[in-house]
Design a protein around this ligand. Structure first.
Ligand code: PLP
Length: 377
């Protein structure tokens, strides 16, 4: 086989099947139909056992296989070596801001934060409930219009770690690469994990809840360097302890078995379609359709972020009035373009175009935007 044949990467479907719409929801978000169909089958009968996915004991050999497959697919996508641990924990990513601090920050230690948007803003508050924090970048001073260059981040020396969000899901900004600061990096990558090549190995710990690029809500995946996990506080209750989750293969008690299966299938789907390396350019091309419509609207669509920080996952912009936002949402929905209303604390329109979002929907939204601007501008 020639390398060209061996390396041909299939393209994911570009349209939804009949009866389904383009779902731009921020999360829980759209999933690949092939994964949904496989789950539908597995709900009735998992691997010919006569027992459905939700009915499998987490100590049964079928679950051993589910877990092994999930670990394997995540590792394939993440491209991390054996010195990294993969954990699955119940609950959303928001609770990990405080949990990480409890596990790793000494009582007299502190956490450096880049406050670049709603999620890191909330995350800093969660963390501050258990340990000292310091905002080493405060996005409120620039209305969250960009993510900081390294030079804009205040000195982090002495912090146990520096915490940031790689993609600001509400505001629509994204880090091009991990920041370089004088503290270990911890990243909330909930809304852009596996969406592009990104230097995960620059971090000590990365966490993300499922409902965006990994499928189901209410579960969090943690990628952590083993040497970092070894530093975790061992006096914590075992069910709050990352090292205990590592020791017990993420099943110290009954785990969220469904979410683990979904993460496994989502990661396998991502890997089968070329992994982050292939999704990076795909997602950029998808987002480019919508940014082009913004740019040619003559100021009708008003993105609040700086051009060099535009996210390829969450595209956020304002309209001249709230009434026009309502009209935009109602009319786009009639065209099968759904879930476009912006976050309730930010307003405007937001199009989330995660890995599984079919490409054609971005071109259709751009077309709709052109027409809407012409009619209402
Ligand atoms: C969606 C999102 C969250 C919230 O996750 P939960 O699972 O609801 O806790 C946190 N961080 C980022 C960056 C997000 O996009």
């Amino acid at each position: 086989m020639t390398t060209a044949t061996a390396m041909r990467i299939p393209e994911p479907p570009t349209t939804p099947s009949a009866g389904r719409v383009y779902n731009f929801s921020a999360g829980p978000a759209c999933m690949p139909e092939s994964v949904l169909l496989q789950l539908r089958e597995e709900l009735m009968d998992m691997h010919g056992t006569g027992i459905g996915l939700l009915e499998q004991s987490h100590r049964a050999s079928t679950y051993d296989r589910i877990l092994a497959e999930a670990f394997e697919s995540v590792r394939a996508c993440a491209g991390l070596g054996d010195d990294w641990e993969v954990l699955f924990l119940p609950g959303g990513s928001m609770q990990h801001f405080s949990l990480i601090a409890m596990n790793f920050v000494p009582k007299d230690g502190w956490v450096a934060f880049a406050d670049t948007g709603l999620w890191s803003h909330k995350g800093e508050k969660e963390t501050a409930c258990v340990r000292a924090t310091k905002k080493t970048f405060d996005g409120a001073t620039c209305r969250f219009d960009h993510v900081p260059a390294d030079s804009e981040i205040a000195d982090c020396a002495g912090a146990t770690y520096f915490c940031y969000c790689s993609n600001n899901t509400v505001e629509g900004t994204q880090f091009a690469r991990p920041p370089r600061v004088a503290a270990p990096l911890v990243c909330d990558a909930t809304s852009d994990i596996f969406s592009r090549p990104y230097d995960l190995a620059a971090h000590e710990l990365i966490f993300c809840s499922g409902q965006k690029n990994l499928g189901a809500s209410g579960i969090t995946m943690v990628l952590a360097r083993k040497s970092w996990l070894e530093r975790a506080d061992r006096s914590l209750p075992p069910l709050l302890s990352y090292s205990n989750f590592a020791k017990t293969e993420s099943r110290p008690n009954t785990p969220p078995t469904f979410g683990v299966r979904v993460i496994g299938l989502m990661s396998k789907w991502t890997h089968d379609f070329g992994g982050p390396a292939a999704f990076g350019p795909r997602n950029k091309a998808k987002a480019a359709h919508i940014y082009a419509a913004i740019d040619r609207s003559g100021g009708f669509y008003r993105p609040s972020m700086r051009g060099d920080c535009r996210s390829d996952m969450s595209i956020s912009f304002q309209l001249p009035s709230d009434a026009l936002v309502d009209r935009f949402v109602a009319e786009s929905e009639r065209e099968g373009l759904c879930g476009l209303r912006g976050h309730r604390e930010w307003g405007g329109i937001r199009a989330c175009v995660y890995n599984a979002f079919p490409a054609k929907g971005c071109a259709l939204l751009a077309e709709f935007m052109d027409g809407f601007a012409k009619k209402n501008g």
